[in-house]
Design a protein around this ligand. Structure first.
Ligand SMILES: Cc1cc2nc3c(=O)[nH]c(=O)nc-3n(C[C@H](O)[C@H](O)[C@H](O)COP(=O)(O)O)c2cc1C
Length: 328
């Protein structure tokens, strides 16, 4: 199973966190091309939609071989529907694992008892895991959770229940649902979770820079980290983290502008090939991340104006032309 294979490498697990509309096939391919991530989690898909045979949703679980090892995340609240969806995805795409979203705080998800709402109903959460287990056999099941719904200690009761039900790995964002994205991810509470958890645990939340990975691991003692926003506009995150940790190559330099532009264009081409010509419109959100000053890491003359043009880009050709105007 992918979890044991990675743990045998005797290094912390570096994982790309699932992000809706972001960790799709083109972005995961880019992360893989650059290298360094041990596992990539694909964006959540609705179990209901998969079971209803919604072609678009099932298509979201497609991937190319180069993206492996890959885990597909699903969300839902009905145990049998979740199990059926997991089985359909295994048959259709055959990823290395299935991840269950028990952390999403967004109203339209929790409203239907999906996502983090499951932390309020541990028995339902356990039943979902048990049903998925009986539907997909030994395929690893991971569960993504928060500290809790409103109580930041909910995880203490929740973790033993989902482990007993059959979770093979837990990934934990150190905020409650009530917090949303406010405050900080509480790495100290993730450390408390690590003390009680039996299965491997990945720490998540506010690890925005490769230099913070060791700090998060020192505090949490987790088996690895799950990186979300830190990897947006920075698919080099994982490679850089490995470079920091390797004694022979301890330097961590900013990615050059030439390399950034090359990767943005590669990514844009994959995106357009995947979604069609109009796909460039949904690529704008990636461009915005790639050209944030905090992601670039150094001053670039005129970047503010160029960024304004980039986030309105209407074609691949136009993107190429705007990028040519960047002076470096
Ligand atoms: C744009 C975006 C989309 C997200 N979509 C998902 C999702 O589909 N499933 C999920 O479990 N978490 C999702 N998350 C939460 C992230 O995986 C992660 O837990 C959170 O952003 C905290 O990690 P970070 O500080 O590294 O960003 C999303 C976050 C962002 C920013």
């Amino acid at each position: 199973m992918w979890i044991n294979e990675i743990l045998q490498k005797n290094k912390p697990i570096l994982a790309l966190s699932p992000m809706a509309d972001m960790t799709d096939s083109p972005f995961c391919q880019i992360v893989r091309q650059i290298g360094g991530a041990d596992i990539v989690f694909r964006e959540m898909v609705s179990a209901e939609a998969v079971v209803r045979d919604n072609a678009k949703t099932l298509g979201m679980t497609d991937f190319v071989e180069a993206e492996r090892p890959i885990v597909q995340q699903i969300f839902g609240s009905d145990p049998l529907t979740m199990a059926r969806a997991a089985a359909i995805i295994m048959e259709h795409a055959n990823p290395e694992g299935i991840d269950i979203n028990m952390g999403c705080p967004v109203y339209k998800i929790t409203n239907n008892f999906n996502g983090c709402a499951l932390m309020k109903d541990p028995e339902r959460a356990a039943s979902i895991i048990r049903e998925i287990r009986s539907a997909i056999g030994t395929v690893p099941i991971s569960v993504k959770i928060r500290l809790g719904w409103s109580d930041p200690d909910d995880f203490k009761k929740f973790i033993p229940i989902i482990e007993k039900a059959g979770a093979n790995l837990i990934t934990m964002h150190g905020r409650t649902k009530a917090q949303g994205y406010s405050g900080n991810s509480d790495w100290n509470r993730i450390a408390e979770a690590k003390k009680i958890v039996q299965v491997p645990l990945l720490a998540n939340g506010d690890i925005h820079d490769p230099h913070q990975v060791n700090q998060a691991l020192d505090i949490t003692k987790a088996d690895g980290v799950l990186i979300a926003r830190g990897a947006l506009g920075n698919p080099w995150f994982f490679k850089e983290t490995n470079a920091i940790n390797s004694i022979t190559n301890a330097r961590n330099e900013s990615v050059s502008m030439g390399e950034r532009i090359r990767v943005v264009l590669d990514h844009a081409r994959l995106h357009v090939a995947h979604y069609g010509e109009r796909g460039i419109v949904t690529f704008r959100k990636h461009v915005a991340w790639y050209f944030k000053t905090s992601k670039i890491g150094f001053e670039v003359p005129g970047i503010k104006e160029i960024r304004m043009q980039l986030v309105r880009v209407n074609s691949l050709h136009e993107l190429e032309e705007i990028l040519k105007t960047i002076k470096y």
